[in-house]
Structures are given as C-alpha cells and as structure tokens.
Design a protein around this ligand. Structure first.
Ligand code: RIB
Ligand code: CA
Length: 306
C-alpha cells in the first residue's frame, strides 16, 4: 500500500517529539516536511527541537522549516512549565547538526500544497498560526488538502483555562480561520487525550525497549509520573499529539462524531474555547472515544522499530 504523504506542523514540546517519532517509525506514512511554530516554547527552540528529534530518528535528511514566532493577535504564552525551559525536559538530546530550511514554513506549506493533487494530509500539533496564515495567503490550498488532523480543543473542559485547550487558546484567531476554511477537519481534543495517560506501567514498557529513541521517550515521560492530579489528569503525562498520528495509522482506535465547532475569540473568560455541536453545517469530525490500551500498544510496537 502506498505511504500516505504527510506534513507535520508542530511546537516540540515533549508530546510533539513523541508524535514525530511515531510518524518516522511508521512506513504507512511519508513525512514530506516538518514545520515548526511557536507554542510550547519559543520558535527558535521548537525549530531546533524538531531537528533534534529528526536526528534521533535517523532522519537528518528531513526538511524542517521555521514558521511563525508568535500568534496572529495574542502575545505568545508558552508552556515551558510543562515541557521544560528547552521544551524537551528529560530528553537530553544534543544540539542539532542538520540545518533549518531557509524557506519560511508558511511559504513551504503554500508551495507544497499548491503543487499537490489533493493527496497531502496535514497533522497540526501546535497552535494553528502557520496553518491559518497559509490558508489566508493562498485559499486555493484548502481543496488541495486531503485532511487536516488537529490536536486541539475539547468538547468539555480545558487545560489552560476551564474552557480552553493550549493550542487553541494560544492562537484562537488562527483556529477560527482554520475551522471556518472548509477543509476536511478532524479534531482530536482533550476529551480523548486526557484518557491517553502515560502511566508508570506504560512508560516502563517503553523504557524496556532499550533503544535510544525509546529511552528518550521514556526519559521525557518519566518527568510527569508524579504530576499532581490537576495536571494531565494525574499519574502521568497525557500523550496528546501522538493521538493525531495514531488516528492516521489506526483510525479504529478512535470514535468520532461529525459536529459544527466554532472558536470563541471575543469573551476573555472563555477565549479559545472550541464550542462544539453548534447549529449549522458540520465542519469537523470530533474524536469522542479512544482505545487507550490499543493506543499505547501501537506506540510501544512502533518505538521498537526505531
Ligand atoms: O494541550 C496540549 C497541546 O498543547 C499539545 O499539542 C501540547 O504539545 C501543546 O502544544
Ligand atoms: Ca504540540
């Protein structure tokens, strides 16, 4: 079966790093390029971390592009308190040797999608700033995108405020552009990712693989095993971003429902909320269920291949 062409837009970030490794370990996917955006940590670090992880996976040949250093309107508020000051706490990876592409990530997204015949999937693992600006710059890319699979939002709850998830809250205006663009959209939000907890047992199974990539993943996840219950649901890190890659690999691990989702961009109290089940035409396929055991079995099986 031909590999599915994929561009990964991300803000590494520990879980972004795990998602990149899962993608590189999976022959069903052909990663065409990686674009970095400011989010968990500033752009300089997300662009460097993306390259660190590519090299860890033996993919020093991968094209990595730096994109937007800040959200469209809001100031950048990072999540260094979760991922560490360098964004990959516990990974202990050397500075990247591979160069960053000189082209801006937004220009790359526009050029690569305009050159495609509609077969390219976009995995959006960070704030949607790069994706939104590509759509605004060149609306003609929208029908050329096979599907955008987003880690972000939540039908209920939030992890930055009571109502908003980090990727959407960081750049709600970008999210509003993407959710109203008319692209085929799958939203994997906290409703399922908070049920994908890297518990002590699950991390031990990854640690036991013994190879460098798995050790690095274990090193990052072990940072969260004693997290207070309020964060990540307690008892370990919620492995948010790899859910996007797992959905592409084994969609049967997830239950989804077609809904209309709108983004709160006005009310300061609920800024960045993904308001689901709005009246009107559906614009997203929203994940409402996950087979967490199957998800971690997939992760563990794939990391053993790296
Ligand atoms: O809310 C979780 C999301 O925000 C993940 O993508 C994490 O990496 C951060 O970007
Ligand atoms: Ca992310």
């Amino acid at each position: 079966m031909e590999a599915r062409p994929l561009i990964i837009d991300c803000d590494p970030g520990q879980d972004d790093a795990v998602a990149l490794l899962l993608a590189f370990a999976s022959p069903e996917l052909e990663v065409l390029g990686v674009t970095a955006v400011a989010g968990n940590v500033p752009l300089e670090l997300t662009a460097a971390n993306a390259r660190r992880v590519c090299e860890l996976a033996g993919r020093g040949d991968m094209a990595v592009y730096a994109g937007c250093p800040r959200p469209i309107l809001r100031p950048l508020e990072t999540a260094a308190h979760v991922h560490g000051e360098d964004g990959l706490e516990g990974a202990n990876l050397p500075a990247p040797a591979m160069a960053l592409q000189s082209r801006h990530a937004v220009d790359y997204l526009v050029a690569r999608l305009m050159a495609s015949d509609g077969d390219v999937t976009l995995a959006a693992l960070g704030p949607l700033t790069n994706v939104a600006l590509a759509i605004v710059a060149a609306p003609a890319i929208v029908p050329r995108i096979r599907e955008i699979v987003i880690m972000g939002g939540a039908i209920e709850g939030g992890n930055v405020t009571a109502h908003a998830e980090f990727n959407i809250h960081t750049d709600p205006h970008a999210a509003a552009v993407v959710f109203s663009a008319g692209a085929r959209l799958t939203m994997i939000g906290l409703d399922v990712t908070h049920r994908a907890i890297a518990t002590r047992e699950r991390v031990a199974a990854i640690r036991a693989i013994g190879r460098a990539p798995a050790q690095t993943v274990a090193g990052m996840l072990e940072q969260h095993l004693d997290d207070p219950a309020g964060r990540h649901g307690g008892g370990g890190a919620a492995l948010h971003d790899p859910c996007v890659i797992a959905y592409l690999l084994q969609p049967a691990l997830f239950e989804t429902q077609s809904m209309r989702v709108e983004i709160e961009t006005e009310d300061p109290a609920s800024l960045g909320r993904t308001i689901a089940d709005r009246p009107g035409a559906a614009n997203a396929n929203v994940a409402i269920g996950i087979d967490a055991e199957g998800y971690f079995a997939l992760l563990t099986e794939r990391f053993a291949r790296l």
